[in-house]
Design a protein around this ligand. Sequence first.
Ligand code: 13P
Length: 254
Amino acid sequence: MTRRKFICGNWKMFKTGAEAAQLVRELRTRLSESGVQIAIAPPFTALESAHAALAGSHLQLYAQNCHFEKQGAFTGEIAAPMLEAISCHGVILGHSERRTLFAEDDALVNKKLRAVLDTRLAAIVCIGETLSEREANRTWEVVSRQVRGALSGISSEQLSRITLAYEPVWAIGTGRNATAAQAQEVHAQIRGLVRELYSAPAADAMRIQYGGSVKPENAAELLGQPDVDGALVGGASLKADDFARIIAGAKLTI
Ligand code: 13P
């Protein structure tokens, strides 16, 4: 089965609305229609201007987080139906920065995922081990717990709207990406777990992105691995040239 490559730029807490519109305009001059699915995930306050700037293009819009309730007295939070209402395509959930800096655990990620799937939105669910967990040979223990936790109670029909993103925490923003072999090893294990939890067709269809210091220089090698189906790109997605070159790297592997 050929899985369509999926590259998403996670802009984190960068770019105002005006800056986001400018970056989208720059991206549009560099990206041509291709077999690659491409998304950007600006901060909440830039979603609407990014949406306006990407109108008529094949770029999709993702948010970086949401709350698990549809509405309510949750000061400072944003609900999934609100994101749907401003034409987001999906939401990133369980990023390691949310897990470590904002105390999100597997149960909370699961609640958020259920809320997202109650709408028509898609989700990118992030998982990944810290350096000390890897050094203690606990990578698979941690990653498998995160995958099981996130997918608890999720049906095989809902699975088609989920992309998993393996992001080793030690590779995020450090310039030290996982080697292609390290990424492939964990991605293959994750796919095996999806097969065990669901079915072989579900596992074959599941897209698993790699994230952590993806750059133009390493994109083609990482994305050339059989179980690496895309990338979740942080820093390099903030520069139109770098992001376009990463996408060009993905195209080489199709
Ligand atoms: P960097 O690409 O900056 O390492 O960030 C990766 C990431 O966290 C994407 O979600």
